[in-house]
Design a protein around this ligand. Structure first.
Ligand code: 5AD
Length: 343
């Protein structure tokens, strides 16, 4: 097993069978190897991304998500352009160098309005990341021209059957197509998966990692599935933190120069989740910079970490976590710096 790990640390290559074996191996050696590779390739900086969740309306019905359209028991909110700008300005004022705009798949914002927000935020000289779901190539292109730098669209699972089981009315193929559009248009592209979905096997997780590697993604967000009330999966078992950490470690070993957050879902499942993530290969934290009362409504899953604090308090605690981990708060925009040549 150690030899398998040494080869992976050296070459950043491994096949599915090897990944499965390492996923089934419980040894701190895996985490330590990922930490060394993280240090060697992306250094001690941890980049902060200011997340603004601007609408919880969603047209989709993902089985795991509290914001699914059929859930009529939650209160919906939608920030207008002016309000989004207010919170973005505040986050930039506090020193954040990336603003991430995220929402459910809410069709009610005209594309021109979204482009306006992007270009107004770009005027503050920060990076803009969008996470607003599946759109047309033309829309992705408009937003890129308006200045957007990065886009997050998780594949959720790279297994087409599992994907279709949990995403009624959606198409795996279209989601992959969106990822290719985004790459083609020159975005830095982020994707990721849920870990611990019902019916998900370690083989599928190994395939997720190979899918990310094959796509040559720039950013990777992975977190435990957390059962959410009022969804079809409310009574299922959730994902386990140790498995998430192993997935993160393997991701870092396979894709040494990507940006990878310690996710909010991880921090929700474990009070030391951010710290553990940072030790298992992560180099990004995405503190929530939206309006506290809206944040509670953005309930993808129950108990989302730190829901009561305001933006500044979140930012402070993120900075503290970074310092305590012996790392540095990132100073620039934190773009991916490609070290490995494309395979
Ligand atoms: N548990 C964990 N993560 C979830 N997400 C949605 N619902 C849940 C849940 N119940 C994740 C999805 C989505 C991201 C914004 O939140 O992976 O892409």
């Amino acid at each position: 097993m150690q030899r398998l790990l040494d080869t992976l640390e050296e070459t950043h290559l491994l096949d599915k069978a090897g990944l499965v074996r390492l996923l089934e191996w419980d040894s701190p050696a895996l985490i330590h190897a990922a930490d060394r590779v993280r240090k060697r390739y992306v250094g001690e900086e941890v980049h902060l991304r200011g997340l603004i969740e601007f609408s919880n309306y969603c047209r989709n019905s993902c089985f795991y998500c509290g914001l699914r359209a059929p859930n009529n028991r939650i209160k919906r909110f939608r920030m207008d352009i002016r309000e989004i700008m207010e919170y973005a300005r505040r986050a930039v004022g506090w020193g954040l160098k990336t603003i991430v705009l995220q929402s459910g798949e809410d069709g009610s914002y005209p594309i021109d309005d979204l482009c306006r927000v992007v270009s107004d935020i770009k005027d503050m000289d920060v990076a803009v990341t969008l996470s607003i779901g599946e759109r047309t190539k033309e829309e992705y292109a408009c937003l890129k021209r308006a200045g957007a730098n990065r886009y997050l669209l998780r594949i959720e699972t790279s297994n087409p059957r599992l994907y279709e089981r949990f995403h009624p009315g959606m198409s795996f193929q279209n989601r992959v197509r969106c990822l290719y559009y985004l790459k083609e248009l020159g975005y830095e592209v982020g994707t990721g998966c849920l870990i611990g979905l019902p019916g998900q096997t370690v083989e599928m997780l190994a395939e997720d990692l190979l899918f990310f590697k094959r796509l040559d993604i720039d950013m990777l967000g992975m977190g435990p599935f957390i059962p959410c009330p009022l969804t079809p999966l409310e009574n299922e078992k959730g994902g386990q933190v140790p498995l998430v950490l192993k997935m993160m470690a393997l991701a870092r070993l396979l894709m040494p120069d990507i940006n990878m957050p310690a996710t909010t879902a991880l921090a929700t499942m474990d009070k030391n989740g951010y710290q553990k993530g940072l030790k298992a290969g992560a180099n990004v934290i995405m503190p929530n910079m939206g309006r506290p009362d809206y944040r509670r409504l953005y309930a993808l899953y129950p108990g989302k970490a730190g829901s009561m604090e305001d933006g500044l308090a979140r930012l402070k605690s993120a900075r503290e976590i970074i310092m305590k981990a012996g790392r540095k708060v990132g100073r620039g925009c934190g773009n991916r710096k490609r070290v490995l040549k494309k395979a």
